[in-house]
Design a protein around this ligand. Structure first.
Ligand code: ADP
Ligand code: MG
Length: 336
């Protein structure tokens, strides 16, 4: 499954910590959603068997949801919606409703920088295939009229894509939703503290058994000797990173990556990495993608104007990596 342009290093690596007495987390990693997903239970009150069965249940729940929302599986609800674009409304599960309603809200708030109808353009670039390539500009121009979140009608358990040829690409939000579902499953099993880390989209909950806060590493987008750019010290919350180094290929000197500007159909080029914190992983995931597309100025305005969102924007100027940190994140962030 590993593709040449897909990096498996986690954008937000979970930092180990000194422990006194605590025997360490129970953890497991599985391949889900095209990435290595790690679940760690930090609950000293649970036996190893109890922790293992909670983790097992959480992975089970996450893999059911993945098959429901994946854009790649022909049998998924998202794929069915796209096949019926321009036709009648399709009945959908609550999962799809929640994801699409949240996606539309993020689209509204970001002025369309986030847009789950990016599917036809994403297909031309082929980032979910083994052979991504730079499409002809005429091909991009020919599909841009099928990209507009305002052509999604959501209501009453049904969804309709109003124009033929539209295609939902849930890649910028669905992973966050599935991470949230993993956390919910762990909590339902009685786990009081832990982490579900979907490689770039993660959520921590409860109190760390030893440290005052959880420490999350932010990956350096252009690593030389430092693989981490900085560290966030956080209470329970979700953290998502969108970067131009996750899925990309070089076309001459142009870095062609998977976060696309819905206005142009080309990779967004203002930022190189955006990390967002929010209560839910679904929100953090979608807003990280939205802020990335908006660029450092407008992206920071969006973060500052939205209570509950904080973030770190990395961008390049004259070969140097610079950063902007939102006002509510400054205390939590330390540069390495
Ligand atoms: P990942 O964490 O998987 O690297 P991101 O959360 O950064 O992904 O989102 C990138 C993915 O979102 C792309 O692979 C694509 O599926 C989708 N996407 C790309 N551009 C946009 C956009 N402007 N709006 C919404 N989704 C997008
Ligand atoms: Mg995202």
């Amino acid at each position: 499954m590993k593709r040449f342009f897909l990096s498996f290093c986690l954008s937000a690596a979970f930092l180990s910590c000194r422990k006194t007495g605590f025997q360490g987390p129970y953890e497991e990693t599985r391949f889900l959603m095209d990435t290595a997903v790690r679940i760690a239970v930090y609950d000293a009150g649970l036996s190893r068997e109890e922790a293992a069965s909670a983790v097992h249940r959480a992975f089970g729940r996450m893999s059911v949801l993945e098959s429901r929302v994946s854009a790649q599986a022909d049998s998924s609800e998202m794929a069915r919606l796209s096949r019926h674009s321009g036709e009648e409304a399709c009945p959908v599960s609550d999962t799809v409703l929640v994801i699409l309603r949240t996606a539309l809200e993020v689209s509204e708030r970001s002025g369309g920088a986030f847009d789950v109808t990016i599917g036809p353009v994403q297909d031309l670039w082929g980032f979910y295939t083994d052979h991504p390539q730079k499409p002809d500009s005429t091909d991009i121009a020919a599909v841009l009229d099928k990209v507009d979140y305002r052509m999604i009608q959501v209501g009453d358990g049904r969804v309709r894509l109003t124009r033929p040829g539209m295609k939902i690409d849930p890649g910028g939000i669905a992973k966050g939703y599935v991470v949230d579902a993993g956390v919910q499953s762990l909590m339902d099993s009685g786990v009081r503290a832990g982490i579900v880390d979907g490689g770039g989209d993660l959520r921590i909950f409860g109190s760390h058994p030893v440290n005052r806060q959880w420490r999350i590493g932010v990956r350096h987008p252009r690593p030389d000797e430092n693989s981490l750019f900085g560290v966030l010290s956080l209470d329970g919350c979700a953290v998502a990173t969108s970067g131009d180094y996750e899925r990309f290929f070089m076309h001459g000197r142009m870095r062609c990556h998977h976060i696309l500007d819905p206005q142009t159909g080309y990779p967004a080029n203002g930022c190189i990495s955006v990390t967002v914190t929010a209560d839910l992983a679904m929100q953090a995931d979608a807003y990280a993608t939205a802020v990335f597309v908006l660029g450092p100025e407008k992206g920071m305005q969006l973060l500052e104007s939205h209570p509950g969102l904080e973030g770190l924007i990395l961008y390049e100027k004259e070969g140097r990596v610079l950063c902007r940190v939102s006002s509510g994140m400054r205390k939590a962030f330390s540069r390495l």
